[in-house]
Ligand binder design. Structure first.
Ligand code: PDD
Length: 284
């Protein structure tokens, strides 16, 4: 069965959806996006994703295509039409179509598209067995806090990881880990401190990161928001990534070094459990 996708006011079978070749998302990566996860047929923490979408558009001087209430209504219609129980709902806003010019066009109308992707979220191999990462130089731009569709450096790092037989890459800049290719990176030290990079332009301000840090604090875990080195990560007791699509997923190997015993650790597992409880309560 073909998916129903949304393109600028229309719900269409995916084969019929069309975007202009002059769309600035296509020509300049002049677009922003969000991925909201679907469990039990509903969206996880979606209001936080829409708030970040608003910020991304604001930072780029992009006119929102419509209000957040209207976006939410379209998202709900997408859930209804596609009947996805578990997976993701992707949405993208670009500055729209205009004759090619580096300057922002004045008259362009922002474009909004959405599609669903069905995939397992709650019971994944990564959650069960953990994932391996390799370290890669972070060659991305300096506004990683804006969730733009300019994802080629992250895609290159991910592919390098797969080519090396690993699952993902953690990126390193000036001797410190920034984040994963599509997730935030965290470690737990040998004295049970959760260490995660502080928010800045160097990383995406993850919606899952925020919720997990709050939950970890409530759990009584000590938290340090600071940069950490590859060496510290390799010597950590546990490591994990957070993202809308992976929730909390343990990292059991960094380059050739097993993290801890090389198996998912208890604190990461507990954080995943309490995050899933939170996610269920946040459904809309
Ligand atoms: N990626 N860092 C980067 C570079 C990301 O691309 C993402 C999300 C995150 C985690 O953010 P959040 O918890 O808000 O999902 C961190 C999404 C899932 C993606 O591109 O598919």
């Amino acid at each position: 069965m073909s998916r129903i996708v949304y393109v600028n006011g229309q719900f269409l079978p995916e084969e019929e959806a069309k975007i202009s070749i002059f769309d600035r998302g296509f020509l300049f990566a002049d677009g922003v996006y969000e991925v909201s996860t679907i469990i039990d047929g509903k969206l996880v923490d979606n209001a936080a994703h829409l708030a970040r979408l608003e910020r991304s558009m604001y930072e780029l001087g992009m006119t929102p295509p419509c209000s957040n209430e209207e976006i939410e209504a379209i998202q709900q219609e997408m859930l209804k039409r596609n009947e996805v129980e578990e997976g993701g709902l992707y949405l993208q806003v670009t500055r729209g179509a205009a004759d090619r010019d580096f300057a922002y066009p004045s008259g362009a109308k922002s474009s909004l598209i959405m599609f669903t992707q069905a995939r397992p979220v709650l019971d994944t191999k990564g959650a069960r067995d953990g994932i391996s990462v390799i370290l890669q130089e972070d060659i991305r731009w300096q506004r990683r806090d804006i969730k733009t569709v300019g994802l080629l450096p992250a895609s290159m790092a991910k592919q390098a990881a797969l080519d090396a037989g690993a699952d993902d890459a953690w990126m390193v800049e000036e001797g410190y880990i920034t984040e994963g290719t599509s997730n935030n990176a965290h470690i737990i030290t040998n004295d049970d401190v959760l260490v995660t990079r502080a928010l800045s332009n160097k990383i995406l301000h993850g919606i899952t990161r925020k919720a997990v840090l709050e939950l970890a604090g409530e759990m009584g875990l000590k938290i340090e928001e600071r940069s950490f080195t590859p060496m510290e990560a390799k010597q950590a007791k546990e490591a994990f990534v957070t993202s809308a699509s992976t929730f909390v997923t343990p990292v059991v190997k960094i380059d050739d070094s097993p993290v801890g015993e090389g198996n998912p650790g208890p604190l990461g597992a507990r954080l995943r459990e309490i995050y899933i409880d939170f996610a269920r309560k946040s459904l809309s």
